[in-house]
Design a protein around this ligand. Structure first.
Ligand code: APR
Ligand code: PHB
Length: 394
């Protein structure tokens, strides 16, 4: 025998998208339940990117969870690009009329949001098994799941599918309800978290004939660096010494004065793809975050795009509950997708600009080099990068 109860919004997935939606709805008097298939330690332990656009920071502030972020986040007004034998700084703030990005790990964003949800007695069901979104093409959607051997049913007004790329919500849609557009890149990133001061005060994105490298950070003492690698790269082929040598080589640190070595805390390979599902709504089911789209991490847009989806979706739900106005729900998919496609373009462009592609011909390689040289020398090209990197308006 199972139990059944009613809630306003049923959210599948306890990543940044589901958590931020739940918290923003709560602040506005709308209650939700989050169903998450993993346990809390797993969700809080995942290491992801760490660059927040101002719009994302503003949304976290509106959700009441920006305290630690404002104390510990690092404000950056520029990034560096290395390639074609040069390394230059792109002054993001000067080129965007004063905008900045904040370096603060997604892992920390997730921890802060979970703490805030639980402090406000918000309900997160961790280890919810076999979550099923049902009847969302009617006005009585349901979510069912199993927990401790018991089947539970939640009758909801709306379901938010915030369950990531491999989630159940998008997969449950009937054949033909959405189309998906995808590009899988012929490489991945080997990510290395290390107890070592970052190479520079700001992030360095580097192009080299051996492949792309990125020098990022979590704090003044923890660096987070990446190397382009094969999508199925075998980590046993990458002892720490090889990682450091390759990082130095790709950024042109010939005398070893730039890259600081230290104890490696984590090493993993991330695959790279561009992916968009459209539309993002089917009946009373709404997709947001990685369930709806994936970007390659080069532009640091993954979390920020999840945040902009949630910006549109929470406002639409508030308008529904407070004013009986469904226009935001009706336009959610179109509005969110317009911004998603621009971030997809930027992420694809930055990936194409800075990675080496197997099997490309001499002409394509020269075009890529010419484009890097143009970017390094042109204020117009840098302004375009800066405008996108700090985040297009919501
Ligand atoms: N039932 C319940 N929960 C599920 C299911 C399921 N069937 N499938 C997946 N989930 C959970 C996952 O365990 C995960 O915790 O959904 C959550 C989705 O979270 P994220 O993958 O973090 O996705 P999202 O919240 O959209 O955040 C986007 O994460 O992947 C990065 O680069 C991306 O930064 C971006 C951000
Ligand atoms: C990170 O710090 O993990 C990071 C930073 C910038 C990116 C991707 C990842 O573009």
């Amino acid at each position: 025998m199972g139990t059944s109860r009613r809630i306003q919004v049923g959210i599948v997935g306890c990543g940044p998208a589901g958590l931020l939606l739940s918290q923003l709805l709560h602040v506005n008097g709308i209650e939700s339940v989050i169903l998450e298939r993993r346990d809390r330690a797993y969700v809080e332990g995942r290491i992801r990117a760490g660059v927040l656009e101002q719009g994302t920071v503003d949304l976290l502030r509106a959700a009441g969870v920006a305290g630690r972020l404002e104390r510990e986040g690092l404000i950056h007004g520029g990034i560096e690009i290395a390639g074609a034998g040069e390394r230059i700084r792109i002054p993001l703030t000067d080129l965007t009329g004063g905008k900045v990005v904040t370096i603060y790990g997604q892992t920390e964003v997730t921890k802060d949001l979970i703490a805030a949800r639980l402090a406000a007695c918000g309900e997160i069901v961790f280890e919810a098994e076999d979550v099923q979104p049902l009847d969302y093409d009617t006005d009585r959607p349901r979510l069912t799941y199993r927990k401790n051997g018991e089947t539970v049913e939640l009758a909801c007004d709306f379901i938010a599918g915030c369950d990531g790329f491999h989630g159940v919500c998008r997969a449950s849609l009937p054949e033909g309800a959405i189309q998906t557009l995808e590009r899988v890149y012929p490489f991945g990133w080997l990510g290395v978290l290390a107890k070592a001061p970052p190479a520079s005060d700001e992030l360095i994105y580097a192009h080299h004939e051996n492949g792309f490298a990125l020098f990022s950070m979590r704090s003044a003492t923890i660096s987070r660096n990446y190397l382009q690698c094969r999508p199925d790269e075998d980590l046993t082929e990458w002892p720490d010494a090889r990682v450091w040598d390759e990082l130095r080589l790709r950024v042109g640190d010939s005398d070893g004065s730039l890259v600081n070595e230290g104890e490696v805390l984590e090493k993993s390979v991330v695959p790279m793809r561009s992916f968009v599902a459209e539309p993002l709504r089917h009946g009373r089911l709404f997709l947001a975050g990685d369930a709806a789209h994936i970007v390659p991490p080069t532009g640091a847009k993954g979390l920020n795009l999840a945040a902009s989806d949630i910006h549109y979706l929470h406002r639409a739900l508030i308008a529904h509950y407070k004013h009986g106005d469904d226009s935001g729900l009706d336009s959610y998919s179109q509005t969110a997708l317009a911004r998603i496609w621009k971030a997809e373009r930027f992420s694809w462009w930055m990936t194409s600009l800075l990675h080496t592609f197997p099997d490309t011909r001499a002409f394509e390689n020269r075009m890529q080099l010419a484009e890097i040289e143009y970017l390094l020398a042109s204020k117009a090209a840098q302004t375009s990068l800066a405008e996108n990197y700090v985040g297009l308006p919501f």
